[in-house]
Design a binder for this molecule. Structure first.
Ligand SMILES: [Zn+2]
Ligand SMILES: [Zn+2]
Length: 236
């Protein structure tokens, strides 16, 4: 970390002591995102493909019919656009890990409504490469998953995957390049799975689904019986 970054970080820490957290949207003192702002944000409807979660007529989409993804189902709470885009950008790139609390609770609520029939044994998250995590200071997907578990009470969180290959940021690549970029990028952590677990894999944003596709395949290969995916937002 450069001297300038250290000063900014220390200054930020001092500021947050002087001015406790306030809502990112309305500025009201209290939570990093207040309840009324969160509930006012757009949500994805229930007319989605039961496999990949993309909006449609509620039946399995053509893409999933011709090329079935390794996960059993993927569900996203919100569309990745407008205000959601700004919030996730702040959470991910602007050192606002405290957003994990309200966002994890929000995701837990959506899952309770839409995933209540699915049995899950453990919750895990899409890993960041160690280098990227050092730069960012945290893995936003892990914070989100841990907050979701804390809100839901059960099942437990467990880290199961590591990112072994540093890769180019996915948002700079097209669909084909994304899949190639992720080939053998993930590896299961030794002993993280006993075998036969029903796993919920959490990520902040699903874009083409290439990342959760690779992670799910990796978890299944490591012994998971079923992988379901939950993302806060999804690019439509
Ligand atoms: Zn607010
Ligand atoms: Zn689909």
């Amino acid at each position: 970390m450069s001297l300038a970054e250290t000063i900014i970080k220390l200054w930020g820490g001092t500021l947050s002591l002087l001015f406790p957290s306030s809502c990112l949207i309305c500025g009201r003192a209290g939570e990093a995102l207040c309840r009324s702002c969160l509930t006012g944000l757009p949500r994805l409807g229930t007319m989605v493909c039961p496999c990949c979660g993309l909006p449609g007529d509620g039946t399995i989409c053509l893409h999933c019919r011709t090329d079935k993804p390794p996960y059993s189902l993927a569900l996203a709470a919100a569309p990745y656009e407008g205000r959601w885009r700004d919030i996730i950008h702040q959470f991910k790139y602007c050192r606002h890990p405290e957003l994990a609390d309200p966002l994890g609770r929000y995701l837990a609520e959506v899952l309770r409504e839409r995933l209540s029939e699915v049995r899950i044994d453990l919750v895990t998250s899409v890993p960041l490469h160690a280098e990227r995590q050092r730069e960012r200071g945290y893995n936003q997907a892990e914070l989100l998953a841990r907050s979701l578990c804390a809100a839901a009470g059960n099942p437990p969180y467990r880290q199961t995957l590591s990112r072994v290959k540093p890769s180019l940021p996915q948002h700079t690549l097209n669909r084909k390049e994304r899949h190639a970029n992720l080939k053998r990028a993930f590896s299961p952590l030794p002993g993280a799975l006993q075998g036969g677990e029903r796993v919920l894999l959490v990520d902040d944003v699903m874009t083409t689904g290439a990342t959760v596709h690779e992670c799910s395949a990796c978890l299944l290969k490591a012994g998971a019986a079923v992988v379901c995916v939950a993302a806060l937002a999804r690019k439509l």
